[in-house]
Design a protein around this ligand. Structure first.
Ligand code: GLN
Length: 557
């Protein structure tokens, strides 16, 4: 079957949830057993997301094949439950460099190389090649940025050209602000006109608004856009992003889309739909709450650790719990003493230290880890979280004063975490870390790692340059640190754990592979430990509260 295309464009402003709309469309097509995959265009001139600041751009997501991509890929994978590849990500950097290197090798000899037709032609070719290679029924293309931006103008033009020869359905996401109780359509009318000027007439308007779109608003929008009212789709705020596919189903969006794409409306996979509904229901209706502190560096935005957050949500849902995650900026803990740290962290049922780079806030994280180890508070360390767990253990248990990572102190007395040998001398910053999926062997069936994974051979995704220094393996182990996972050739430590309490650190980022209904094994074990910790805490505080009332009166003894 020839590939069909859906193009998702956003108007007016960023942050409306184009990624969720794209992922929901993918999910619907998948429920009809069509092979649907995403493709994302990002207009920046970086080759990939790897060299961007997570604070500004959000999490850098890593795929099995080493690609460092936009965080929307995490959402696509979570909705679709499928591993994706880097050729589904086109950036301004990638496409320009392709055209320029073709020009140098003489591919366009004699021509003046232009945005149209050369750059746009290259985009269309890329999209057609990917669709053919992967035998895709429907490719859902998300155009990053907002309609009217300079950065994505040539890509939108390429989409217009694609529609000249292939079946393309355009979905335009827009926003309806409310003023004095009235939903305002003027911004959307103007946005619609901008798209029409670019030669594109959307087939659906998906409207973000608080509450539902009023009938009057729909009538007005239909009049201005030539769309029938049923094609003006409600995308109201939901408690969970996973509700949107269900919202779209309720509006018959799936049926209209299939018709537009010229695809037969074969029966939906009802078992898969019910399973999805069940997972959403578990997320929406938890019986309990657990409180988790995530001690990180980039805590000012929701986007930086989105996969960590999602992985906790998936794991908690399995146990009927809602996670309450407090994102604590570790620099605020740097100067606190043990008592101060205890004050900040005492209410939590578990502590996570996620991945990170650079020195700022590292000491605060190490203090939080010490608090968790001594207080037997469940701890999960992700990448940097493993490295700092090792540093804390070296300093405070092995007595190696001045233990550190060479990343933070080049002259550390004990560089228990050091640059990996293959990273030495590397000048290039882009795409040069230890990236992508790597195998790990779990040695001992008695370890927390084995209990979590139930297997001795696992694979997780990585993104790091530093690693536990093998020269210190022995002293760490002699003092009780368990090295439970190593690379198959035993050259790299992959997982460490404390001998007592629940504390585990992984050099990988297991959060990247967590999905609703099938959470990451390590997150599942961690959340289960948090729930037991909470129960024990509740019992002991109940006991402490009850003690005086149950004391035998002196006169009776
Ligand atoms: N900065 C550390 C390293 O490069 C950890 C990286 C991470 O947490 N992803 O090894």
């Amino acid at each position: 079957m020839q590939t069909r295309f859906v193009v998702v464009l956003g108007s007016l402003m960023s942050g409306l949830g184009k990624g969720v709309v794209t992922s929901s469309i993918l999910k619907l097509l998948d429920l009809y057993n069509y092979r649907a995959l995403p493709l994302k265009f990002d207009g920046y001139l970086n080759m990939d997301a790897g060299t961007m600041n997570p604070y500004q751009h959000g999490e850098v997501f890593v795929l099995n094949d080493r690609s460092e991509v936009d965080m929307d890929f995490g959402m696509y994978e979570r909705f679709l439950g499928r591993d994706l590849t880097g050729d589904l990500s086109i950036t301004g950097g990638k496409i320009f460099s392709k055209v320029i290197s073709k020009e140098r090798t003489g591919d366009y000899l004699g021509e003046d190389v232009q945005i149209i037709p050369h750059l746009t032609g290259e985009i269309v070719r890329w999209i057609e090649n990917v669709s053919e290679e992967k035998k895709i029924d429907v490719l859902v293309i998300e155009v990053g940025g907002t309609v009217g931006d300079l950065e994505n103008g040539y890509f939108i033009e390429a989409m217009r050209q694609l529609a000249l020869k292939r079946k393309v359905v355009f979905v335009n996401l827009t926003y309806l602000p409310t003023n004095s109780g009235e939903q305002k359509t003027k911004p959307t009318q103007l946005a619609f006109r901008t798209l029409m000027q670019l030669g594109i007439r959307p087939d659906f308007l998906v409207c973000r608004c608080s509450g539902r779109i009023k009938e009057k608003t729909k009538e007005k929008l239909a009049l201005f856009t030539n769309l029938t009212q049923e094609r003006i789709i409600n995308d109201s705020n939901t408690k969970s992003i996973y509700e949107l596919p269900l919202q779209l189903l309720a509006q018959n969006f799936d049926k209209m889309l299939l018709k537009d794409l010229g695809l037969e409306e074969r029966g939906m996979d009802n078992a898969a739909l019910e399973k999805f509904r069940g997972n959403v229901d578990k997320i929406l209706n938890p019986a309990k709450t657990i409180n988790i502190a995530a001690v990180g560096k980039y805590t000012g935005t929701d986007d930086t650790y989105v996969s960590v957050k999602e992985a906790v949500v998936h794991a908690a849902a399995i146990f009927g719990a809602r996670p309450n995650i407090a994102w604590l900026d570790s620099s605020g803990l740097d100067d606190l003493d043990d008592e101060g740290i205890a004050k900040v962290l005492s209410g939590f049922d578990g502590i996570i230290v996620p991945g990170g780079f650079g020195k700022r806030g590292v000491e605060g994280k190490i203090k939080a880890i010490k608090y968790a180890r001594l207080g037997k508070v469940p701890y999960l360390g992700l990448c940097l979280g493993l490295q700092l767990m090792v540093i804390e253990f070296a300093r405070n248990v092995c007595g190696l004063d001045g233990a550190n990572s060479t990343e933070f102190d080049g002259n550390a007395k004990h560089n228990v975490v050091d640059l990996m040998p293959e990273q030495r001398g590397l000048k290039e910053k882009g795409g040069s870390m230890r990236l992508g999926s790597y195998a790990c062997v779990i040695r001992n069936a008695g370890t927390m790692a084995f209990k979590a994974y139930q297997s001795s051979n696992i694979e997780e995704r990585h993104r790091h340059r530093y690693e536990l220094n093998n020269e210190y393996r022995k002293v760490l182990q002699d003092n009780g640190l368990v090295i439970s996972g190593v690379s198959p050739d035993d050259s790299l430590v992959e997982i460490v754990e404390w001998g007592e309490g629940f504390g585990i650190g992984t050099q990988a980022h297991p959060e990247f592979k967590s999905r609703p209904g099938s959470p990451s094994p390590l997150f599942k074990s961690f959340v289960s430990a948090c729930m037991s910790f909470q129960e024990r805490k509740d019992l002991s505080s109940a006991a402490a509260w009850r003690t005086p009332a149950f004391e035998e009166p002196a006169s009776l003894t």
